[in-house]
Design a protein around this ligand. Structure first.
Ligand code: AMP
Length: 217
């Protein structure tokens, strides 16, 4: 299976699409945001360093992210393919990741860019709620993404919460940080010939269909 990198602004649907692809193909799902949020919850040294930056909508230092990634992709569950959701996010991370792959003798796979405009992303982020236990993503105002019982995870029955950085003010900072630091990776991967673009549709099933098409091409 080709490894996948999702290159997309926050709230483009990387997490939801990853869940669907994990179910269809059995990928390992690596979300640097989720890895960081668990470090924060456990109050580890990484978590303590990352917390205030995340709250401010800023990126966490590259070295710290690279440490998390190099530990994670060498786990046995990644041997048959993995999805990178939220990494690389800077040119330094992309270059270091290329070196890491070379050392490990692994292929980059495919980079999927999810195209979404800022207004739609803001709307999605502000109504997004997640399960603090399993990480499943819901949306209060979307008929297909609403939990069966309001405010409760369908699977683990935990009370759903809103991410601290999913308020409009912080979200706009995250979006702008993405445009400035991550968007240059679009050209980087385009030049390598590994970039595919899909559109973020209102319906996750339409976006999923496009993703499957580019993965199976
Ligand atoms: P996400 O869940 O992908 O939206 O990430 C949440 C936050 O975690 C981001 O706003 C950053 O503060 C931090 N973060 C996640 N991935 C990275 C990364 N690859 N590089 C730097 N910071 C990151």
């Amino acid at each position: 299976m080709k490894n996948i990198i999702f290159l997309a602004p926050p709230a483009a649907g990387k997490g939801t699409l990853s869940e669907m692809l994990v179910e269809k193909y059995g990928y390992a799902h690596i979300s640097t945001g989720d890895l960081l949020r668990s470090e924060v919850a456990l109050k580890t040294p990484i978590g303590l360093e990352a917390e205030s930056l995340m709250k401010a909508g800023k990126y966490v230092p590259d070295e710290l992210i690279l440490k998390l990634i190099s530990n994670r992709i060498t786990n046995s569950d990644c041997q048959n393919g993995y999805i990178l959701d939220g990494f690389p996010r800077t040119k330094v991370q992309a270059l270091k990741y290329d070196e890491l792959l070379k050392d490990l003798g692994k292929d980059l796979g495919v980079v999927i860019y999810i195209d979404i405009d800022k207004d739609m992303a803001v709307k999605r982020a502000c109504s997004r709620i997640t399960c603090p236990k399993c990480g499943k993503i819901y949306n209060k105002y979307s008929s297909e993404m609403k939990p069966k019982v309001e405010g409760v995870c369908d699977d683990c029955k935990e009370a759903l919460t809103q991410r601290q950085d999913d308020n409009e003010e912080t979200f706009i900072k995250r979006f702008d940080e993405y445009m400035q630091k991550t968007m240059p990776l679009y050209d980087y991967y385009k030049e390598k010939g590994v970039l595919k673009t899909i559109k973020a549709y209102e319906s996750k099933f339409d976006t999923f269909k496009e993703a499957v098409k580019v993965i199976e091409e």
